[in-house]
Ligand binder design. Sequence first.
Ligand SMILES: [Zn+2]
Length: 314
Amino acid sequence: MKNMSRKDAKFERKTRRFFLASSSSPSRLCVKLLLLLLCLSTTLAQTNPKPGSHSTRVRPSMSAETKALIEDAIGVVCTQAKLDPKSSIAIDEMQARPSLPVTSPDARAGAERAQRLLPVAKTLVISSLRQLAIEYGFQDSPKFKVKLRLAIARVSEVRRVKPDMEARDNASVYLSHPHVITFGTLFLAGLRSDEGMISVLAHELMHVADGDNDSLRTLVAAVGNKASDLTGLEIHGQRSEEITCDLIGAMSVRAYIVSTPDYESIARRLARSIQHNCVELDEGDEDHLSPRNTIRTILALNAGLVRELINDRF
Ligand SMILES: [Zn+2]
């Protein structure tokens, strides 16, 4: 397996559980190897901190009132998961389903949706990434500017979504084929809205932006540090990258909603960007927060999302 050149979507966690549940030891070995490689690249990324990332930061924290608002917003997201006919299926529910052939109508519809939305997702990711760089004070760093330009060029080069039955409820970018997003058919079918699809496309595109050298690691580490301070959770290394990808996903969807107003409530549409995390079985691992903590952390990092989920819920 050429996992060393692969960056998985957050749903890699479920693939891993699937492998571990099987009795095949070669699979287990592959998974361990993948973990080792991910850990190694994470360690390397952490040994080279850049100015502005954490040395003089003031540790942010959240008031009890803010925490309560976030819990209310999570309630809106996961209530919409039950009410919205176009809601995204929760990832634990996707995982429990049998694999879906590429030719099935739902997988085909999902693949068409993903391919159609890829150009807009690329544009949204690029603007969200620029916005995030400004929010975290990287806009004046000449070094970062060069890295950002290259990251944007990588995103611009992504051309295709490849449906894959074996990938089930995962989406991945193999960095040996950086122009292609591989998308499991269960996942394609489970994201039933443009907003849900853009969120996951944007997540993968953020991995592409970071590239095989983790070139945006300073920004990613800054997001992880802030997320850790706000939530009290350990969000470093690969977890920082995954949460940054998720944050870019939610920011992209928010910008998409602004540019395409329709009759549906903003809260309903916004909820679709993160509601695949409304799971019953809430488990994380060393590379990923648990799905519900993922929602919690994205909302802690972006107060605008919380406001809109709560204020526009009707
Ligand atoms: Zn990911």
